[in-house]
Design a protein around this ligand. Structure first.
Ligand code: AMP
Length: 250
């Protein structure tokens, strides 16, 4: 089973994201970037499937600027066998990325495409769903457990009210949730070894995909600053404030 894993380069999840003064987007100059955390989980799952003997090859794919090569090298250091960079400067959108992944899944004859449930920069939660629709294949979103048996995939999905187990035939698309696994750190020898693993650069044109954005970002703003808390003297005062100031109870 060949597995394609989509990994996006985003602002490091540990940093506070700052909105540009003119509201045109978020500050990316001189900001530490990293692999989207959900994509690390997707990649970890692919590596575990390979360790169990269920997957034979893992190909990491990123659509982004030349610098996304660093993200792909990280994927190779964690355990991907090969990487493909579809170079694109500027914003990527779920539809364009889904079209790229569809073309690469066909070219690579991938049996499974693993993605994060969402990229933490734009929180779209769309790419996997669009990809499954474009491929005309089954999808399981928000996976918290993945099992392969032959050409069937059994996926436990996280829902608001609990869990749902679904079965789907390969090839399939799976988007992963937070509780699926804890991604490993790449060891120093693995980081060194990753430098010589194959990383191909494929232009979007060659895949017949137009990555030009279909959306225009009109404005970006910071969430309102949180007001400081206060200490109340008694339960009665708390109830009164909840009723008259916060107006959350009657
Ligand atoms: P989104 O639909 O933008 O929230 O992204 C969902 C998932 O799609 C991410 O977790 C990635 O696995 C994948 N993805 C989105 N954009 C890209 C990109 N530019 N390059 C590679 N993978 C991506």
């Amino acid at each position: 089973m060949k597995v394609l894993v989509a990994v996006k380069r985003v602002v490091d999840a540990n940093l506070r994201v700052r909105v540009k003064r003119d509201g045109s987007g978020v500050e990316l100059d001189n900001v530490k970037m990293a692999m989207n955390p959900f994509d690390e989980i997707a990649l970890e799952e692919a590596i575990r499937l390979k360790e169990k003997g269920a997957a034979t090859e893992i190909v990491a794919v990123s659509v982004g600027p030349a610098k996304a090569e660093d993200t792909l090298r990280q994927a190779l250091a964690m355990g991907a066998d090969r990487a493909i960079l579809v170079q694109h400067d500027g914003r990527t959108e779920p539809l364009g990325v889904a079209k790229v992944l569809k073309a690469l899944a066909a070219r690579e004859a991938a049996d499974l495409v693993l993605l994060g449930k969402q990229a933490i920069d734009d929180d779209s939660n769309q790419t996997g769903q669009m990809l499954a629709a474009l491929m005309g294949r089954g999808q399981a979103t928000f996976a918290s457990e993945v099992e392969v048996s032959g050409t069937t995939l059994r996926v436990t999905r996280e829902m608001d009210g609990g869990l749902r187990v679904v079965e789907l035939a390969l090839p399939a698309v799976v988007t992963v949730d937070l509780r699926l696994n804890t991604p490993r750190y790449a060891s120093l020898p693995a980081i060194m070894k990753a430098r010589s693993k194959p990383l191909a650069k494929v232009p979007a044109d060659e895949l017949g995909v137009d990555l030009a954005p279909r959306l225009e970002v009109l404005h970006t703003e910071e969430p309102p600053a949180r007001k400081g808390g206060i200490m109340v003297g008694s339960v009665a005062e708390l109830v009164d404030k909840l009723r008259t100031e916060a107006k959350v109870i009657r």
